[in-house]
Design a protein. Structure first.
Ligand SMILES: [Fe+2]
Length: 382
């Protein structure tokens, strides 16, 4: 009998639920909140929209908005100093995965001290974190429900994966209306990131019956609605479906962990500061080909969830159909197809493959890989 556990934050989902943010922070005992956001979110008007809900609850706040995509170690440390300087006792992140991960990094340093690098890996955070309310604006990272934080080590030029239950936010507020200001490129790349989360979680060595149901529902929703969500900023039905798909994927991967796609894309993202979701969109199908023979029936179920008619096919054939369909989807929504498009070169492969072997996500990839095999996989995707 399988023994498993499943962790998740309190989740508030629905159009207009941004209005709950002040009440959520108040319920957690906050009195002075650090709001972590970024210039894109501010330009879209969402910070201005949110702050009255914080003020309604008579909460003091400070705003820190100098986060960049792929949040850096020095940014997190600057944010933590800002948090201390302003006497904050709780965090609200309003933004994509970068804002949410940066907020988690600030939370770690605010109660545990030291440098963020000390918390790389699994269960390195010893002291409890301050209350965290996360409001995702991009629909895809899953960081608002996950026990992960991904921070770039700018000295080693790699992404550090921090995994600990205390990184699960207290409250996650998903308001699909926030997805209506994202452009087509962001919608496409983040949507493919969410699909990658669901697929890697479904074939993960740590998958359970509790994560499978989340992963398969996510694959259904994203494969059915991503194209429509990319085609129109105002399609609320598609935004709602993508927000739900992303939430399901986040719950799946937070508990089942990920696989080789993320282990490799973290290294390329750390080295070249490239778009995480678009990198995954390229790598995912090559990793699926690498894994396919290890767990073909799992990939056949993925094909079925994508609404592919697999009757009469072997599991291998069905899995291959899923790979072809994902490549077609990525192309149709305008994403790159090769790693060379991001500036990856043959000379970078030895270091990328060597560092990928140490990424925490590699441990749950269904097929054990050698460094040479990962190098060959990257070369195939160049
Ligand atoms: Fe991801």
């Amino acid at each position: 009998m399988q023994v498993c556990k499943f962790v998740a934050p309190e989740i508030i989902f629905g159009a207009g639920t941004l209005s709950q943010v002040g009440k959520a922070a108040r319920r957690l005992g906050a009195s002075r909140v650090l709001v972590v956001t970024d210039p894109g979110v501010i330009a879209a008007g969402w910070l201005e929209h949110m702050l009255p809900y914080v003020e309604d609850e008579h909460l003091d706040y400070a705003v820190w908005s100098t986060v960049t995509p792929n949040p850096k170690d020095y940014e997190v440390e600057a944010g933590a100093a800002y948090y201390q300087r302003h006497g904050c006792d709780a965090l609200i992140a309003l933004g994509g995965g970068s804002c949410i991960d940066a907020a988690k990094g600030i939370a770690i340093l605010s109660t545990n001290g030291g440098r963020i690098h000390a918390y790389e890996g699994i269960d390195k955070i010893k002291r409890p974190l301050p209350p965290m309310v996360m409001v995702p604006t991009t629909g895809g990272s899953g960081a608002d429900v996950s026990q992960f934080a991904i921070i770039t080590d700018t000295t080693r030029r790699i992404k550090m994966t921090l995994i600990c239950k205390s990184l699960i936010p207290d409250i996650s507020i998903t308001d699909p209306l926030l997805l209506t200001t994202k452009n087509a490129y962001l919608t496409a790349s983040i949507g493919m990131d969410a699909l990658t989360h669901a697929i890697e979680a479904y074939v993960s060595l740590a998958a359970t019956f509790l994560t499978d149901v989340q992963a398969l529902r996510s694959i259904q929703l994203i494969s059915a609605h991503l194209q429509a969500s990319v085609d129109s900023m105002e399609n609320l039905a598609a935004k709602d479906a993508m927000a739900r798909g992303s939430l399901h994927a986040g719950l799946a991967f937070s508990n089942a962990i990920l696989g080789a796609t993320h282990a490799i894309s973290h290294q390329i993202g750390g080295m070249l500061d490239s778009c995480h979701g678009e990198l995954n969109a390229v790598l995912l199908t090559y990793v699926m080909e690498f894994n396919l023979r290890t767990c073909p029936t799992r990939y056949a179920s993925i094909a079925e969830a994508m609404n592919i008619n697999i009757s009469g096919m072997t599991a291998l054939e069905a899995g291959q159909c899923a790979i072809v369909a994902i490549r077609r989807l990525a192309r149709n929504i305008g994403l790159h197809a090769r790693l060379a498009d991001f500036g990856v070169t043959e000379e970078m492969i030895p270091i990328l493959s060597a560092t990928a072997m140490y990424d925490a996500c590699m441990a749950t990839n269904p097929r054990e890989a050698t460094c040479e095999e990962i190098a060959a996989l990257i070369r195939t995707a160049l």
